[in-house]
Design a protein around this ligand. Structure first.
Ligand SMILES: Cc1cc2nc3c(=O)[nH]c(=O)nc-3n(C[C@H](O)[C@H](O)[C@H](O)COP(=O)(O)O)c2cc1C
Length: 326
């Protein structure tokens, strides 16, 4: 175990700034941070008030989001020359304490940056809900994304044409079901923010994307239909590039690992010049989530669909400043 180094305020600030840039379901930012003054440990807690009771009743998507924030903390710690030791769910008596990050180090100069551009990608990554060009992503880049998921304790499957059609079909079914459930659309809509509103959470309407004019790409309709306006339909890429993030188990720690893997994949893609967006709708209906499992794979728990490719950047979304409590 490395020498413990007291984290100074600037280091902690850098860690928290990186953490909150993570993606989160509906931009709920379901995390809170606390510096344990005795152990010099950065604690990552769930934020009980920022949940989606209908969309995410077991908090799986919340854990994915928090896992993504933990991955950013790890990258920022290394960038600051510290070694992060992460313990997931460190105290069974505190179910809301999702991770503890102890900083040890300092790192040797050659350990400080890996030159992979991941830390720099944290601020550049945005969800892009716009049509992509359809240009094929080179195999080595896809292999890098797959390896990233694997090294973070999850799996990434890039389906062939038939598999892509199957997963898009399940997502289309999920999207239709959600839109037919008024309580669900009301919950989603409550996380949309109007232009000019000063709201630290939720998705500004400016970050929403259009529907697909061809009706093939089931982008999530956050508006729930009129009277909230949605951008006019556009033609999405015919050559859809999707990846299914999955895990071999489906426990709370697997969701946190999957969240870290998600962020590792998204940052790898961003660092290589790709855009990404997420399709989570099928994961929100248990039968459709099961149906999304890979045929022939014994233990496959689907966690999220990632759409990737080349195209325009997405709009930025706000982040709350007051996520810390010490
Ligand atoms: C678990 C999870 C599920 C998500 N599901 C969707 C989705 O179904 N559709 C979508 O457009 N965005 C989805 N997102 C993206 C969030 O809306 C986005 O991360 C958030 O609004 C913050 O914006 P940013 O990613 O540009 O920083 C999801 C994000 C996470 C972490």
């Amino acid at each position: 175990m490395g020498t413990q180094v007291l984290p100074d305020a600037a280091v902690m600030e850098a860690l928290l700034s990186a953490a909150v840039m993570a993606p989160s379901i509906h931009n709920t930012q379901p995390w809170r941070f606390r510096l344990d003054p005795v152990g010099q440990v950065l604690e990552v807690h769930s934020a009980p008030g920022r949940t989606l009771p209908l969309t995410d009743p077991v908090h799986r998507a919340q854990f994915l989001s928090v896992g993504a924030a933990v991955f950013n903390i790890r990258l920022a710690a290394v960038h600051q020359g510290r070694r992060p030791e992460v313990t997931l769910l460190p105290d069974p008596r505190l179910p809301g304490l999702l991770a503890a990050v102890r900083l040890t180090g300092p790192l040797a100069p050659d350990e400080r940056t890996s030159g992979d551009g991941l830390y720099e990608a944290i601020a550049r990554r945005h969800t892009s809900r716009l049509p992509f060009t359809g240009r094929s992503v080179p195999e080595p880049v896809v292999a890098e994304m797959t390896a990233a998921a694997h090294s973070a304790g999850a799996r990434l499957h890039v389906p062939d044409f038939a598999g892509t059609r199957r997963l898009l079909g399940l997502t289309t079914t999920a999207e239709a079901r959600t839109n037919d459930t008024p309580a669900r659309t009301a919950e989603t809509r409550s996380w949309l923010t109007a232009p000019g509103a000063v709201a630290p959470y939720g998705i500004p309407v400016t970050a929403l994307g259009p529907p697909d004019a061809a009706g093939r790409m089931p982008m999530r309709d956050f508006t729930g239909g009129p009277p909230v306006p949605r951008p006019p339909a556009l033609w999405f890429e015919r050559h859809v590039q999707l990846a299914l993030l999955w895990t071999g188990h489906d426990r709370r720690e697997d969701w946190l690992r999957a969240g870290q893997a998600l962020q590792y994949v998204l940052l790898t893609a961003t660092a290589r010049g790709l855009r990404t967006s997420l399709l989570h709708q099928a994961m929100e209906w248990p039968d459709l989530r099961s149906a999304a499992a890979l045929p022939g794979v014994k233990r496959c728990h689907p966690q999220l669909l990632i759409r990737f490719g080349y195209g325009p950047d997405g709009g930025s979304t706000p982040r709350a400043a007051g996520a810390r409590r010490w």
